[in-house]
Write a protein of this length. Structure first.
Length: 380
């Protein structure tokens, strides 16, 4: 088995400091340090492609650029890299989404992956004209995915559902290949939707014991549906030649967190309806103390950023060991990021991936392998 690694396109802006925001909170001022231009995002995408990342996640929300449009443009500057496009089912019809995905596959040579985000913040959803409550949004997501999957199979679809209605819906041209669907959610109804419709269940970077519980939960639900899912995890990374260097970088980032910004972001995230977000908040409790919640797992990012709030911090060897620990639980795909995203891709790609390759648990998707002793040509 070869583990799969994805990187991240910071369409909310990038910086040598953490760019906060998300989950209904605006991007912090640091996002203006490196604006998310197509040129800069393409530079990150090309680096990720060269280093051996399979794909790159692009977020969705009011705090960032549109994921569909951005990845369509960046895809023209890359050759192999896939794009894990986050989108919200309530904002586009299922027939149009199926058609968009089919077009994306043809125009990129089959490089689309879909990250379905139901939306955990009612106040943000309402800004887009979506007034359903959280559970109804998940029910709509189930109907949406049911329609889309049948359309991708070439079927003509008629459905008068609780939230969606289509008549004689069909696609003139089918996607090749059919995009894989990624999905995350910690509430009971999220688990039900994952078990029925998705290919890869994603969790944010909780400690291994909690991740193991989630995997067992979803596996059980999927088994009842006669299905088998893959599992992925979303984490940040700070990896250096030595552990001391990595923790020094983590502390430098922490020192850049303005107290008022932390207070404001935490207040905004506290009203989140997302169970996953509340689990992230519980890892640090809004405090700067005790942020290493498991060996090499640091919850500091979550003080200013919504969504994924933990980072693997340590030497290349230590980070590789933590990845192996998650892999032993059943995690096959790792969706990673780091600040700044260009430089941190090199730190991980040249420091950690060759070590995993040497152990036979990762191989470069293009068949190449970068040298194990290569050094990142950037200052930290």
């Amino acid at each position: 088995m070869s583990l799969t690694f994805h990187w991240f396109l910071p369409t909310n802006g990038d910086s040598r400091h953490v760019v906060g925001g998300g989950h209904g909170t605006p991007a912090t001022a640091s996002g203006r340090d490196r604006p998310p231009t197509v040129a800069y995002l393409s530079q990150i995408a090309r680096a990720a492609e060269d280093l051996g990342f399979v794909g790159a996640l692009t977020p969705t929300g009011a705090w960032c650029e549109d994921a569909w449009l951005t990845t369509a443009m960046v895809s023209q500057h890359t050759e192999r890299l896939k794009f894990l496009v986050a989108f919200r089912p309530g904002f586009v019809s299922p027939t149009l989404a199926a058609q968009m995905a089919s077009t994306f596959q043809r125009q990129t040579g089959g490089r689309l992956l879909l990250n379905v985000v139901t939306g955990g913040e009612s106040h943000e959803q309402r800004a887009y004209g979506d007034f359903l409550d959280k559970d109804d949004r998940y029910r709509r997501t189930g109907e949406f995915l049911g329609i889309v999957r049948e359309l991708w199979e070439g079927k003509s679809v008629d459905l008068a559902g609780e939230h969606l209605r289509v008549e004689d819906a069909k696609l003139a041209r089918l996607p090749e290949p059919v995009p894989e669907v990624y999905f995350g959610g910690s509430s009971p109804i999220a688990g039900e939707i994952a078990a029925k419709y998705v290919d890869v269940y994603l969790t944010w970077g909780e400690p291994p014991a909690q991740v193991a519980e989630k995997i067992a939960w979803i596996r059980g639900l999927a088994a009842k549906e006669g299905r088998t899912l893959r599992f992925g995890i979303r984490l940040h990374v700070i990896t250096r030649d030595t552990s001391a260097e990595a923790w020094a970088e983590a502390n430098r980032l922490l020192d850049g967190f303005d107290a008022e910004t932390v207070k404001s972001v935490q207040a905004g995230l506290a009203r989140s309806e997302s169970e996953g977000q509340q689990r992230m908040l519980a890892l640090h409790g809004g405090s700067r103390d005790g942020l290493e919640i498991h060996p090499n797992l640091w919850a500091g990012i979550g003080l200013v950023r919504g969504g994924a709030g933990t980072a693997l911090v340590g030497s290349h060897e230590e980070v590789a060991e933590r990845i192996k620990e998650y892999a032993a639980l059943g995690i096959e795909e790792f969706v990673l990021s780091g600040y700044p995203h260009l430089e941190e891709a090199y730190w991980f790609g040249e420091g950690v991936l060759p070590r995993l390759a040497a152990e036979g648990i990762w191989r470069h998707p293009a068949g190449g392998q970068r040298p194990a002793e290569a050094q990142v040509p950037f200052a930290s």
